[in-house]
Ligand binder design. Structure first.
Ligand code: ADP
Ligand code: MG
Length: 327
């Protein structure tokens, strides 16, 4: 048996199954970030993400400044998805011998820009040489009160499904980059995503979201994690997916399926969350005060399974459901 027979999530589940539950770890493996209780009544939220040359980034398509910004942003996005305030981070690098120091200086400059923007402090890490490409691992630590943390498991039948911003731009941006495009909204959303930190914290502190996740692997895959952990299903309305003007204009050059990248494309780093219909207006005004757009894209249903409904009312079958590293 190989890793690809198990898939990324099968592999993670196997690791998780071997770890015993502990009272000081209210949320362990299986959410956007873990929660540990260093002192009674205070949760530290911890998350780690790795970016590997040739897997997550291509040095011919990005630049060190934006790579540094993105490496921190994707971790802050996981903290945002828990409703946590980001505080500290650790940075570990495996660096090819021949890499220019100027590259690393620009990389660190980009990372520090994002760190300053969100008030997080670098507290450590590790550096070693690499015989392959560049590998970047960031561990971010945030905090939140136990009652305010939003996990993946709280969605209830009848809750509305919300998403911030627009979907599919990052995947479209990657396609455009591969074709030689270097500018525009989609390209910039791929190379330099904006984590929804203020929105995640505001939703959690107002007690509005019953579950939340960030879109890193694609809407269907990530909403799928909420449905699985909450033991519910959902109805998704294609007509209400928020799409940028550029997406509407350019996506058809890459796929015959207009919704493919919005549903299956990863790395949007938007927040998908659920909230009871009675709180709908409060959700809208909460995100309005953060300056973040939000749309209702469906509803949580009892039972399992995701029904995707096209504008004409027919059922829609996606061709690809999201990103998995090993399948
Ligand atoms: P995200 O896309 O939000 O970063 P992942 O799908 O990467 O989340 O991870 C899902 C869960 O599995 C997280 O709780 C993560 O900490 C855990 N996880 C991933 N890889 C490992 C590993 N090698 N060992 C232990 N836990 C892991
Ligand atoms: Mg996540």
């Amino acid at each position: 048996m190989r890793l690809r027979d198990l898939g990324e999530f099968g592999f993670i589940n196997r690791i998780a199954a071997a770890i015993a539950e502990q009272p000081t770890v209210p949320i362990g493996i299986g959410d956007d970030a873990a929660a540990v209780e260093p002192a009674p009544g205070h949760l530290a939220l911890v998350t780690s993400d790795m970016l590997v040359e040739g897997v997550h980034f291509d040095l011919t398509l990005t630049d060190p400044l934006r790579l540094g910004r993105k490496s921190l942003a994707v971790n802050l996005s996981d903290l945002a998805a828990m409703g946590a305030k980001p505080r500290y981070y650790l940075l570990s690098l495996a660096v090819p011998q021949q890499l220019e120091l100027a590259f690393l200086d620009r990389f660190m400059h980009g990372m520090m820009e994002r760190a300053d923007q969100f008030g997080v402090t670098l507290i450590g890490g590790d550096t070693c040489s690499s015989k392959g490409g560049l590998a970047i691992s960031v561990t971010a630590i945030g905090e939140q009160l136990p009652g305010r943390v939003v996990g993946r498991s709280g969605a209830q039948p009848g809750d509305l499904v919300f998403v911030t911003g627009t979907l599919g731009d990052s995947a479209l941006g990657l396609e455009l980059l591969r074709q030689g495009e270097r500018e525009g909204l989609a390209v910039s959303r791929h190379l330099d995503p904006e984590p929804r930190v203020a929105a995640g914290i505001a939703l959690a502190e107002a007690g509005l979201a019953t579950s939340m996740i960030d879109v890193s692997d694609g809407l269907l895959a990530d909403l799928g994690h909420i449905l699985e952990k909450s033991a519910v299903g959902a109805r998704l309305d294609l007509a209400s997916l928020p799409l940028s003007d550029q997406y509407r204009k350019d996506v058809s050059s890459f796929t015959e399926d207009f919704f493919a990248l919005a549903l299956g494309g990863g790395e949007d780093y938007e927040l998908v969350f659920t909230a009871p219909p009675l709180l709908r207006e409060r959700v809208f005004s909460c995100l309005d005060s953060c300056g973040v757009a939000v749309a209702v894209i469906g509803e949580i249903t009892a039972g399992d399974g995701l029904a995707i409904i096209a504008a004409d009312g027919s059922a829609y079958q996606p061709r690809r459901t999201g990103y998995n590293h090993f399948t």
